[in-house]
Write a protein that binds this ligand. Structure first.
Ligand code: MF3
Ligand code: CO
Length: 258
């Protein structure tokens, strides 16, 4: 079931999104060689609680941390660890969720640790492009398949694999709501997009195969061929004007994405 949100409800999600944006921006500044992913997790939890908000992922279906920290071939849901010390040249996806007054925001980015290879930098850049091309399709009257198709086009034009086992999702009072937002699809197919829909669009793009395996911890997904994977996510709302707003990217305007 799809729950549409009114402007007041979207306003609350925007407030959660603004806190999450600050948390992720601050985390970017913490990512460097020698830092553990557990330290990043503590940093994120403290900053969220300072804003009197709640870390959405902590205890979600038993998940043990505030962030997901997924390094190199890890796709998503990497559990932060004291044993995982970041090394120059790695890429890391940080995914985090914030709950404020019962409303959720969910966002992720991928960045390099110190200097990274041109190939890794390209993967990160193209994954962001996948997101923005996908979200441009998130206008009232279009269909879910228009988003997925746009994401897939960008990724596959670079020879990359679109992860298929994991998707974006509706979001609101719950972190995960209907519909599933696939990162591949057919234009003009799937559910029609409407004003008041709030969804998390999150392409996960691999340099090699889209096939994944799951670690024994029951959480972390990796590419089956151990190729690098990047992830980029924002929570968006389709507003009264029928156009998408990035709730987890305050101040974003399309001009920046020339
Ligand atoms: N952003 C992640 C997703 O949409 C949420 C991770 S849930 C947790 O899949 F269980 F890892 F917390
Ligand atoms: Co998500």
């Amino acid at each position: 079931m799809i729950s549409l949100k009114n402007p007041e409800q979207i306003r609350k999600m925007r407030e959660a999104g603004a806190i999450l944006y600050e948390v992720l921006q601050e985390l970017r500044g913490q990512i460097k060689p020698g830092v553990t992913t557990a330290a990043l997790d503590v940093f994120a939890e403290q900053l969220i609680r300072k804003h009197h908000a709640i870390p959405s992922f902590l205890h979600y279906q038993g998940y043990p941390a505030t962030i997901c920290a997924s390094v190199d071939d890890a796709v998503v849901h990497g559990i932060p660890s004291h044993k995982q010390v970041l090394q120059e040249g790695q890429i890391i996806s940080i995914d985090c969720g914030v709950q404020l007054d019962g409303w959720q925001a969910d966002s992720a980015f991928t960045m390099g640790v110190g200097e990274i290879s041109p190939e890794a930098a390209k993967l990160i850049e193209v994954t962001e492009q996948c997101f923005f091309d996908g979200v441009k399709q998130a206008v009232a009257g279009n269909r879910l398949g228009d988003i997925g198709h746009a994401v897939q086009q960008v990724a596959e034009s670079h020879g990359y694999g679109v992860i298929r086992d994991l998707t974006g999702h509706g979001i609101g009072r719950n972190l995960h709501e209907d519909p599933a937002v696939f990162n591949f699809g057919e234009p003009g197919h799937g559910m029609r997009l409407r004003k008041g829909m709030t969804i998390a669009v999150e392409p996960m793009i691999a340099a090699g195969t889209w096939r994944v395996t799951q670690d024994k911890d029951g959480w972390c997904f990796r590419t089956a061929d151990h190729s690098l994977c990047a992830h980029y996510e924002h929570t968006i709302a389709i507003n009264e004007d029928g156009l998408p707003e990035l709730l987890t990217y305050p101040g974003f305007t399309w001009k920046e994405d020339a």
